[in-house]
Write a protein of this length. Structure first.
Length: 276
């Protein structure tokens, strides 16, 4: 808190994270450079966050601050639970009165009888996350009216400009795992960070993401979530959309278009989002 870097967070969903990890930088950049005129007209910019050593694109976390699921897991163990590990071996508080054991607390067990049980908890958690299936949209048990509302809501989503940041799909690259190799990830995100204005700003800088910048949150599985936005400030999806608008936000023009929709169009848009 003394460093002014404390902000409330809810966890980011990890379903389909292995697909996100496998999307090549080139696919993210190609999508960034697509539809530039439409983006400029609406005040949308956005940029990739990058890893300091390799310069490659990071994509996990609310500010896309982590490169891989392994680093994402190691950071979560250390920062959120205080467990040092082989990726983050230093205690965050080095008060001698609080140091009860050596570091890293979570580590590879070289005395294990088999390779799997020898892996650290962080490595096992990363592997588990990598192969979680992506959320599937609602496709069965729908009435003709519901199907029509979802279809119309998707059209409104695209026409309003939401899809310029919440890109429906990106393609993974070659992977040593068949489950991730050259697959379509219907994540509804460009994996870029965007200025979201003073209303959502937390003042925390992570990598090249500034205090009011956040990664475009993937929308797959949205209908199964309870709380929204990085700090879980609301359970109201309509309020979530409205919160995208504030001074300095790249979403202001899109939200203005949303306000201009008819009640039926707004409702269909919400139905579409809830179907994801």
């Amino acid at each position: 808190m003394r460093q002014n870097n404390l902000a409330f967070r809810i966890p980011t969903p990890l379903f389909g994270a292995g697909l996100i990890e496998t999307i090549p930088d080139s696919a993210i950049l190609a999508n960034k450079n697509a539809n530039l005129r439409d983006k400029r007209d609406l005040g949308i910019a956005g940029h990739e966050n990058r890893e300091g050593n390799t310069g490659t694109i990071t994509r996990f976390g609310w500010k896309a601050q982590n490169k891989s699921l392994l680093i994402f897991s190691g950071e979560a163990y250390n920062v959120e639970m205080g467990v040092t590990n082989e990726l983050f071996p230093q205690e965050r508080e080095e008060n001698a009165r609080c140091l009860y054991n050596g570091t890293a607390e979570d580590h590879t067990n070289f005395d294990a009888s088999d390779a799997t049980s020898g892996l650290s908890d962080v490595e096992q958690f990363a592997i588990f996350s990598r192969f979680l299936a992506p959320p599937a949209p609602v496709q069965t048990g729908l009435t003709t009216q519901q199907t029509g509302a979802i279809r119309d809501g998707k059209a409104v989503f695209e026409r309003t400009g939401c899809a310029l940041c919440h890109t429906q799909s990106l393609q993974t690259g070659g992977s040593s795992s068949q489950a991730l190799d050259n697959k379509t990830a219907n994540l509804y995100s460009d994996l870029l960070v965007h200025h979201m204005g003073s209303g959502l700003a937390d003042g925390i800088v992570q990598g090249t993401a500034q205090g009011d910048e956040f990664r475009t949150a993937p929308l797959w599985g949205l209908g199964q979530r309870i709380f929204f936005l990085h700090d879980g400030r609301t359970a109201d999806l309509l309020q979530t959309i409205k919160s995208h608008a504030s001074p300095g936000s790249e979403a202001n023009a899109v939200v203005a278009r949303f306000y201009g929709l008819s009640d039926a169009q707004k409702q269909n848009l919400l139905i579409f989002l809830r179907s994801l």
